[in-house]
Design a protein around this ligand. Structure first.
Ligand code: GTP
Ligand code: MG
Length: 277
């Protein structure tokens, strides 16, 4: 039996975000959609380790590299039959495991020599229903996201010019999950809440660094997250303009009450993935 050699993956993505957000549920859904092996609604539980897989992007999802091909290009129809694959890594979100898992994985994947297929993006999953209930969940999500953005900022600024090409390559999707629940905040509110909370974190850390000015000669400028909107407030838009780290907040749902809808709730996230490939 002949088998075509597996095409190299087009890029890698890392799933980050607080515990219970739905990372493993999303990972499992995308994996089962890709292999068409089984129904996607496997129960998940708190993850303690990371896992990774290779996924075929649904053929109906456009990829960014297609944009540069002419519609008249005869190779297009042929080329679009080759499945576009990407590498996806799930990480545990529990606060005690972040430094050793999610954050370490992020650093490793950003390392130019380490990653075989290029790191394209972070999918930061949040439970949009939990953010409306308790402030603790918001603080937790925002501080994790803040740390992730700071790592991406440092990398972007180390590449030289803030707008250098390499810096723009790692994008962040904030997946405002669980939109099937009526208690879920719409993506716009998720963005506003996260921006406000990140602003607080950024200011208090900035103050902390100023106070500890005993620190001789060590300009800690780059330890403070940028993205000031000109009125002293943090915004994702300003972060993109200033540092070149793009953050998109898009709503969706891994789960659906209607069996036939399973998978439809993640379509816009897959489109985001496609745009990074
Ligand atoms: P950790 O492994 O602890 O970091 O959590 P996780 O982000 O992997 O969360 P997980 O995927 O285990 O999901 C947590 C719970 O949320 C599970 O009970 C899921 O079934 C549920 N869940 C995930 N996505 C959705 C969704 O879109 N809607 C609803 N209603 N529940 C969801
Ligand atoms: Mg998990």
């Amino acid at each position: 039996l002949y088998r075509k050699a597996a095409a190299p993956t087009s890029g890698s993505f890392l799933l980050l975000g607080p515990s219970g957000a739905g990372k493993t549920a999303l990972f499992t859904l995308l994996e089962s959609k890709s292999s068409r092996l089984e129904k996607s609604t496997k129960p998940t539980h708190i993850s303690q380790t990371s896992s990774s897989t290779t996924i075929n992007l649904s053929p109906t999802i456009p990829i960014a590299s297609n944009r540069y091909r002419s519609i008249n290009d005869p190779s297009l129809s042929e080329a679009s039959k080759i499945p576009v694959t990407y590498h996806l890594r799930d990480t545990p979100g529990h606060g005690k495991l972040r430094e050793l898992q999610g954050i370490s994985q992020l650093r490793a994947m950003l390392h130019p020599k380490k990653s075989k297929s290029g790191m394209r993006g972070v999918i930061f999953v949040v439970d949009a229903a939990s953010l409306s209930e308790q402030n603790e969940a918001l603080r937790d999500a925002a501080s994790y996201l803040h740390d992730v953005l700071l790592i991406l900022q440092k990398r972007a600024l180390n590449n030289g010019k803030p707008s250098s090409k390499i810096a723009a390559e790692v994008a962040v999707l904030v997946a405002a999950n669980k939109q099937d629940l009526f208690t879920a905040l719409p993506p716009g509110s998720v963005r506003d809440k996260l921006e406000l909370e990140i602003d607080r974190i950024r200011k208090s850390r900035g103050k902390g660094l100023m106070d500890s000015s005993v620190n001789p000669g060590g300009s800690d400028e780059e330890d403070i997250l940028g993205g000031d909107d000109g009125h002293g407030m943090f915004s994702f838009k300003s972060l993109a303009g200033e540092v070149g780290v793009q953050v998109d907040v898009i709503g969706g749902a891994v789960k659906s009450d209607k069996e036939a809808d399973v998978g439809a709730g993640v379509r816009r996230w897959e489109e985001w993935l496609g745009m990074c490939l």
